[in-house]
Design a protein around this ligand. Structure first.
Ligand SMILES: CC(C)(COP(=O)(O)OP(=O)(O)OC[C@H]1O[C@@H](n2cnc3c(N)ncnc32)[C@H](O)[C@@H]1OP(=O)(O)O)[C@@H](O)C(=O)NCCC(=O)NCCS
Length: 185
């Protein structure tokens, strides 16, 4: 299946390209962006190129998908979003998203994430029809929680000390969205 590009009111969601490496480096070398991630702040531009290659190969292998979030007006990459993994048999997937801080609080994440969830629930991804989308956040990530709540996700519990990175264990707050609960507008 060719990469499913999407267009929203203000954004273009397209496949990441190797030419995006400067913006991807900027994104993942920003401490506020990776504060709640199991990822150290990028220090070398090469890490961005490697990440883009990895994400492209994950789509080619049909095990996940990540879109570049671009402003329609300039074409500039301002963030990414996608499904980190999916399970076709169980009809569920795990979502992720990030934006450069200059673009926070302007409704861009809602716009992009709503579009990819709509696509996922309509059955137009290589994983086929989905019934449920999951998100894991770290306690304290209020922006992410607000976004999930806005789209209809329900908080389902805390997996205690389920993650280990940056030299400590982390609780994960679990959110789930059933197709019937999706707030699409
Ligand atoms: C999470 C993130 C993508 C949100 O992006 P955003 O473009 O600011 O989100 P939106 O503007 O679409 O806002 C969505 C809702 O969250 C609310 N919100 C945004 N930031 C908030 C904050 N810091 N605290 C509380 N609510 C917040 C908005 O008010 C909006 O609700 P409303 O429409 O009812 O007012 C962005 O903060 C980010 O990139 N964070 C770093 C990466 C990250 O943590 N990703 C998630 C990992 S689980």
């Amino acid at each position: 299946m060719s990469f499913p590009a999407l267009e929203t009111e203000r954004l273009l969601l397209t496949e990441l390209q190797i030419d995006d490496k400067e913006q991807i480096f900027l994104l993942f070398s920003t401490p506020a962006v990776v504060e709640y991630y199991d990822l150290a702040v990028f220090s070398e531009p090469e890490q961005a190129a490697n990440l883009i290659s990895l994400l492209k190969s994950r789509y080619a292998e049909q095990v996940g998908i990540r879109w570049a979030i671009r402003l329609k007006t300039t074409g500039k990459l301002i963030g990414t979003c996608g499904f980190n993994s999916w399970n076709s048999k169980m009809q569920n997937a795990v979502i992720g998203y990030d934006l450069l801080p200059d673009f926070w609080g302007k409704g861009y994440a809602s716009e992009a994430v709503r579009a990819i969830i709509g696509l996922a629930f309509s059955g137009d991804l290589p994983c086929g029809k989905l019934h449920r989308i999951q998100a894991d956040t770290l306690p304290g990530n209020q922006a992410s929680e607000a976004l999930l709540n806005k789209l209809g996700f329900k908080e389902e519990g805390l997996r205690r000390e389920c993650g280990y990175w940056k030299h400590k264990f982390h609780d994960l707050k679990c959110f789930g969205l059933l197709k019937s609960e999706f707030i699409s507008a």
